[in-house]
Design a protein around this ligand. Structure first.
Ligand code: GTR
Length: 326
């Protein structure tokens, strides 16, 4: 029921925009959960400008930010149906449907953001993008999502023992539920848009995210302790509906692919700026930042998660290639 209500709202909004959009002959409608000005939103707008320039206005993009078209899981389905043309999402909500996306979503798989860039810019990244094609989607490019750490409203957390029994929201992915359980805490998968009020009312003790999301969502107002355990460096992905893709000529498909790739350096620049600005804002608000933590027990605790999710030879090989990437 809720699903259909969301779908109806999205269709109404998209129909209204079709009447008003005049910048380009074909306007691709793109969804994002983040507010206007967030690096992912601005990067897709930048891609839209490149498209307009390169097609003399035949193609353009309109970004529906702030979850106007719904929460990520619902918008993914709508993109598969072709109701939404493009979507910028975390890889997390794809974990239960596209097994390859689980690999860069594994805790502590990347040693650093630089390591993640190297992997996702290379053959492993291309293989993961290609995997979307079996699910009515076209994987276009990866964006940055920094590193994710736990925050909560209760107490400073500096060790796994401190996490014990606490309740954390995770993205709707079984892998993240198991990650939190392996650390001795309880996971509640829920849409991003419900996290603020759930922390405020005590339904959960906290959640986990990067600096820009912790800040832009306002979660730092209700969760005053942020522990930089950096358990995840999950890339974000820009996808297109296969239905919309098939309406384009081969030439335009190539232009769309290239414009998506060309938006990545712009995104990375905006990301670095926003990370610093968000950190400053959160610190200024008096959030206690816990940096003195030994990550080794956290990393060791992830062994059963790897054993459960990295099962086939294909996935094992992918993990090995990531670990071997210098
Ligand atoms: C953000 C990410 C979003 C969304 C959100 C979440 O960092 O950019 O796409 O996945 O986290 O936790 O739901």
């Amino acid at each position: 029921m809720k699903h259909w209500k969301n779908l109806t709202a999205a269709v109404t909004l998209l129909a209204a925009s079709a009447l008003s959009a005049q910048a380009a002959d074909m306007v691709l409608r793109s969804s994002d959960t983040h507010p206007d000005g967030y690096p992912t939103v601005e990067a897709v707008k930048h891609m839209g400008k490149l498209l307009e320039e390169r097609t003399n206005g035949r193609l353009g993009i309109e970004v529906f930010h702030s979850a106007q078209l719904g929460q990520e899981k619902d918008t993914i389905e709508q993109t598969q149906f072709g109701v939404i043309d493009m979507n910028r999402v975390s890889l997390g909500p794809f974990n239960n449907i596209i097994e390859e996306t689980q690999i860069p979503s594994l805790p502590y798989i990347f040693r650093s953001v630089e390591h993640m860039h190297k992997v996702m810019d290379g053959p492993v990244g291309e293989e993961i993008l290609a995997a979307f094609a079996d699910h009515d989607l076209i994987g276009l490019a990866f964006y940055d999502g920094g590193s994710r750490s736990f925050y909560n409203s209760q107490k400073p957390i500096a060790s796994m023992a401190d996490l014990s029994g606490m309740k954390f929201r995770v993205m709707q992915s079984d892998l993240f539920v198991d990650m939190v359980s392996a650390l001795g805490a309880n996971a509640t998968p829920m849409p991003y848009g419900e996290v603020y009020s759930s922390i405020q009312t005590g339904v959960i003790d906290g959640a986990e995210n990067n600096w820009p999301s912790f800040e832009s969502s306002g979660h730092f107002e209700v969760a005053k302790y942020y522990t930089l355990d950096q358990h995840l460096i999950v890339p974000e992905v820009l996808v297109m509906s296969k239905k919309s893709w098939e309406k384009l000529s081969a030439e335009d498909q190539a232009i769309v692919r290239q414009a998506a790739k060309d938006s990545v350096p712009h995104m990375r620049k905006l990301w670095a700026e926003r990370e610093a600005a968000s950190e400053a804002k959160v610190r200024e608000a008096g959030v206690e930042i816990i940096t003195d933590i030994d990550k080794t027990p956290f990393i060791d605790a992830m062994k059963p998660v790897y054993e459960k999710y990295v099962t086939s030879d294909k996935l094992k090989d992918m993990v090995a290639r990531i670990q071997a990437t210098k």
